[in-house]
Design a protein around this ligand. Structure first.
Ligand SMILES: Cc1ncc(COP(=O)(O)O)c(C=O)c1O
Length: 384
């Protein structure tokens, strides 16, 4: 028996249409988009356009050409942070960030960037007033994760976006844990830069992701890479227009063909339905775990303040041992440790040991949740 509860790392299983889209691309199209003029290359280009279109629909983006397709959200975040920020700039972020935000920021800090990291406390939720109070005359960017991959804490992204807008500061959202699982609207949330992952709650393949850049901002963000784009080939300088400015080299069109189908699946199901289903599962999981003596569950209360990532510890058992037991003895896949977010663990008081994390997804069943709770019961009983 295998019970997969590691959807915060990558969603699995995927909707069957994802593989169907990839197989269809590989058997019927297979060509390099935008590089040749033949009909199959044009067909491949259409796949990219469909991806931009679907994603624009999901995130309420007005112009699909503002969607840059990348190899994943770490790539997208690096484009923003390395392309935009200069020594002397000030950036505000939260203490719940993943290392894909923290590491580039910390390196830029060593080269003259100044950084304010707002502590989010036990709940892992940022106080918008603290963000407002941290603003300085040289603040260029506010960047936060929409939801923590450690605690599932959902940040008040719309409020932060509004504060950024009022002060003429750019707002970048890391939606790795929320795109497809929670509403993300670049207009109503005033998001200037939206980084997203294809393989997590968008239910697509690994090696896909992207970045929305609000129209006009591309002139302020230098591309990370230069190279062939299939456009303006007569020039040896990188094209300045979107999205080619940031899309050098052959894209993962096979993966993107799968992502198109996954996003279409999400649009058909509806984000609200997905969110409601995940909340039912999380409620069952959190209340089950909380009923076990010796188990501490981390993260915000009530349930509507969190996504489907549930960190917990069992008294006297380290998270890695717990995960090993759950895997080897019960067939339950969880993730122990620091989850690439040491600062988040410092914030909730679980550093350096970390926690174990169970993260259900849209396809998880109630029976699987109950089996996981039962397994943690057995684990906790070992220590009595
Ligand atoms: C909040 C958050 N941001 C960024 C990332 C990085 O994702 P990837 O490794 O797929 O680029 C993750 C991955 O877990 C995440 O949870």
């Amino acid at each position: 028996m295998t019970i997969y509860l590691d959807n915060a790392a990558t969603s699995w299983p995927k909707p069957p249409v994802m593989m169907e889209g990839m197989i269809d691309f590989n058997t019927r199209i297979g060509s390099n988009p935008g590089r040749s003029g033949h009909s199959l290359s044009i067909e491949a280009g259409r796949v990219l356009f469909e991806a931009r279109d679907m994603l624009s629909c999901l995130f309420n983006i007005q112009d699909p050409m503002c969607v840059v397709l990348t190899s994943g959200i770490t790539h997208s975040l690096n484009i923003v942070l390395r392309g935009l920020l200069k020594p002397g700039d000030h950036v505000i972020t939260s203490s719940m960030e993943h290392n894909s935000v923290m590491r580039p920021l910390r390196e830029l800090e060593q080269n003259g960037l100044s950084l304010s990291v707002i502590d989010c406390g036990d709940s892992g939720i940022i106080d918008p007033d603290r963000v407002r109070n941290a603003i300085r005359s040289n603040t260029v960017l506010i960047i936060i994760t929409h939801a923590s991959n450690v605690t599932g804490s959902i940040q008040p992204a719309g409020d932060i976006g509004r504060i950024a807008g009022e002060h003429g500061i750019l707002f970048c959202l890391d939606s790795a844990q929320t795109a497809g699982a929670l509403p993300v609207d670049v207009e109503s949330m005033n998001i200037d830069l939206l980084c997203f992952s294809g393989h997590k709650s968008l239910l697509g393949p690994m090696g896909t992701g992207g970045l929305y850049i609000r129209k006009g901002l591309e002139s302020r963000i230098k591309p990370l890479m230069q190279g062939g784009t299939g456009s303006r080939s007569e020039y040896e300088l990188q094209p300045e227009f979107m999205p080619d400015r940031y899309e050098s080299g052959t894209l993962n069109t096979l993966g993107i063909a799968g992502l198109v189908k996954s996003v279409e699946y999400i649009l058909n199901e509806g984000v609200d339905k997905i969110r409601k289903r995940e909340q039912v599962l999380v409620e069952r999981l959190v209340s089950g775990l909380k009923g076990i003596s010796g188990v501490t569950v981390f993260g915000p209360q009530p349930i509507n303040l969190r996504t489907a990532a549930v960190p917990f510890n069992v008294a006297g058992i380290n998270p890695s041992e717990a995960a090993l037991y759950l895997d080897e003895m019960c067939g339950i896949m969880s993730r122990p440790g620091l989850h690439c977010a040491p600062s988040a663990h410092k914030t909730i008081g679980s550093f350096p040991g970390g926690t174990n994390r169970l993260s259900p997804g849209y396809f998880t069943t109630e029976d699987e949740i109950d089996a996981a709770v039962m397994a943690v019961h057995r684990l906790a009983a070992l220590n009595k």
